[in-house]
Design a protein. Structure first.
Ligand code: ZN
Length: 136
């Protein structure tokens, strides 16, 4: 896609710190990392988000996440790794080319995951589970 920064990275028009690549995906270091070693995995073809990305490509993205997670954890002395995918602006998606974040985490890095969680109201969990199942 023409004005997509990640497509330009795939084409080599914008440089990146590439750490892994195969026929379908590319992984490189995020230029504004949460912690040192924070990487992004993108499909080489343009897909906007998880809804548009074909299953076989998502599988390749997750396989790459597993491969690079081990190396990132050991080489950054991380205590843990987050593997996340933001879809839509409400979920924090900023670049509209499908991508997975692999983020090395340190015990005391102060970067929260979920700020506050809530219990379900009476019957709410069963109702939403029923709706989700019906939509599959
Ligand atoms: Zn793109």
């Amino acid at each position: 896609m023409e004005d997509c920064i990640f497509c330009k990275i795939v084409k080599g028009e914008i440089p990146c710190s590439k750490i892994y690549e195969n026929a379908d995906v590319l992984a490189f270091l995020d230029i504004a990392p949460v912690n040192i070693g924070h990487a992004l995995i993108i499909p080489k073809q343009h897909f906007v988000n998880i809804y548009e990305t074909p299953e076989n490509i998502l599988v390749e993205m997750m396989k790459a996440a597993k491969i690079i997670s081990k190396a990132i954890k050991s080489e950054t002395n991380a205590d843990g790794i987050n593997v996340t995918m933001n879809n839509d602006p409400a979920a924090g998606q900023v670049i509209f080319h499908s991508h997975i974040h692999v983020i090395p985490r340190l015990k005391e890095d102060g970067f929260g995951v979920w700020h506050g969680r809530r219990p379900y109201n009476e019957g709410e969990k069963e109702e939403v589970a029923k709706k989700i199942i019906a939509a599959l």
